[in-house]
Design a protein around this ligand. Structure first.
Ligand code: 4NP
Length: 167
């Protein structure tokens, strides 16, 4: 597993393009799931973007507002860009869409032993491969993102618990 950590810990990195809409939403939702199960000492959560346009900025106000309506606080999050060291630090690197997954694959070291893939593969009952980019749309796009990442987050948590039990 990547990094020098206690072997009970899994670290999850959510990746989109700007790190201001989809991946911070996934970050906040999944962190809440982890916290609700009292697993914060076992599962680390972070997010980033493949692009650098919004580095240092908070999440998009529409993402913060829609998440707050469901009880998630995205306000402390700040955008950052993915870096080579992320492949040493994270066991699960989960892209929101194929374009960002391709970018991550182009950076991924040959000896990476974690899981690099699409986040929605963990969503049961969802007939989509990608979390649609809500940046140029309205509030309903951000609500749809929340629906998708809540479903995928549940599946991911089950998978991490299953993998941990199987160790
Ligand atoms: P995200 O959405 O990748 O879900 O954070 C976007 C945010 C910003 C831009 C594109 C997508 N942008 O072009 O600045």
């Amino acid at each position: 597993m990547p990094g020098q950590r206690a072997n009970s810990e899994s670290r999850v990195l959510f990746v989109c393009l700007g790190n201001i809409c989809r991946s911070p939403t996934a970050h906040g939702v999944f962190q809440a799931l982890v916290d609700n199960c009292c697993l914060e000492s076992c599962i680390g959560v972070d997010s980033c973007g493949t692009g650098n346009w919004h580095v240092g900025e908070p999440a998009d106000q529409r993402a913060i507002a829609e998440a707050a309506r469901r009880g998630y606080d995205l306000s402390p999050l700040r955008a950052r860009q993915v870096c080579a060291d992320d492949f040493a630090q994270f066991d699960y690197i989960l892209a929101m869409d194929h374009m960002n997954l391709q970018e991550l694959k182009s950076m991924c070291p040959a000896d990476y032993r974690g899981h690099l893939g699409l986040f929605l593969t963990f969503a049961s009952g969802v007939d989509l491969e990608e979390v649609p980019d809500p940046y140029y749309g309205g509030a309903d796009g951000f609500s749809h993102v929340l629906d998708l990442v809540e479903a995928a987050g549940e599946g991911l948590l089950q998978e991490i618990r299953r993998a941990h039990t199987a160790r």
